[in-house]
Write a protein of this length. Structure first.
Lengths: 247, 66
């Protein structure tokens, strides 16, 4: 049975992770629609979404055929590695070792690149491909997150609902503003999502190995803050190291 | 072709942006699976969590040196 302690963090993880990815894809699609018009942006976006739907339709039933313990072990390990990647990047960015992701800069870069190609006869095609690529690449991560965190029976619905809510919210905000969503605190979201995914990865790996955390599903509510605290502590360490090198 | 190349690069970034970190994390999972009978199921959550902490710490220290 799915408990609130499991379903709520799953929906939250899918919502926040999808929000980060959709914001990045939206920036490129917006640049395409402003420079080349709505048509290539819509065609590129629709084609990528169709491809993602086909991928989910193909892989979703395949996943359902894998025995639950084996699936949980593989998905737990993948979530762990994926979540650690988000945490590592968030820590290095917060500590000043990596540059923060800047949606405004990404928008300007894409806009000038599209304007540079505007004179060529294939400009609409290139713009459509840019939108297609952005939605496909960011959407791949969204699909992986939803399928992975929703891999346990009964959890796909909260995961999909979280991702759908994020898409709707970002699109509504983006359409209303008609500007890159540069004020979304992307790195803070990366800290939270990385902690959630890493926490779920550890929890599911253990469960698939026949080991249980004390407290059962509620242990997630300890694991996630633990990784969040660890990540913040490491970002302070990185900041001090970066300052020492700069001095 | 560039779409395919960028797609493969995205998959690589998703799971192996820091290959050493990913390998340490996966090795820890493997060690936990292999040592299940040896250390007992009750110790596995702590063993795995410790391995994950080590993987992240090493990755961050390596990343901050670049």
């Amino acid at each position: 049975m799915v408990t609130f302690a499991t379903a709520a963090p799953i929906a939250l993880a899918a919502f926040l992770a999808s929000a980060v990815e959709v914001v990045e894809a939206f920036t490129i699609v917006l640049a395409v629609s402003i420079v080349r018009g709505v048509r290539p942006a819509l065609i590129g976006t629709s084609a990528a979404l169709a491809l993602l739907v086909v991928a989910v339709a193909l892989f979703g039933p395949l996943l359902a055929m894998v025995p639950i313990h084996g699936l949980q072990f593989v998905v737990g390990a993948l979530l762990l590695v994926f979540g650690l990647g988000w945490l590592r990047k968030a820590v290095l960015r917060a500590g000043g070792a990596l540059a923060l992701h800047d949606e405004t800069a990404a928008f300007e870069e894409e806009t000038s690149s599209l304007r540079g190609a505007a004179r060529s006869s294939a400009a609409d095609w290139l713009a459509g491909v840019a939108a297609f690529k952005a939605v496909l690449l960011e959407g791949t991560e969204v699909v992986f997150i939803v399928l992975a965190v929703g891999a346990r029976p009964g959890l796909l619905l909260p995961a999909a609902a979280g991702a759908a809510a994020a898409c709707a919210l970002v699109l509504a905000a983006g359409v209303a503003l008609r500007a890159p969503l540069a004020r979304v605190p992307e790195n803070t979201l990366k800290f939270v999502v990385g902690s959630l995914l890493t926490g779920f990865g550890v929890f599911w790996c253990c469960e698939s190995l026949g080991a249980a955390f004390p407290g059962g599903d509620w242990a997630i509510l300890v694991l996630v803050p633990f990784f969040l605290f660890l990540a913040f502590a490491l970002s302070r360490l990185v900041r001090s190291r970066v300052s020492a090198v700069a001095a | 072709m560039t779409v395919l190349r960028d797609f493969l690069a995205t998959l690589y970034k998703m799971f192996a942006a820091d290959l050493v970190m990913s390998l340490i994390a996966l090795a820890t999972v493997g060690i936990c699976a292999a040592a299940r009978g040896l250390v007992g199921a009750a110790a596995l959550p702590y063993l795995l969590t410790a391995g994950v902490v080590v993987a992240l710490t090493i990755a961050v220290l390596r990343g901050s040196r670049r």
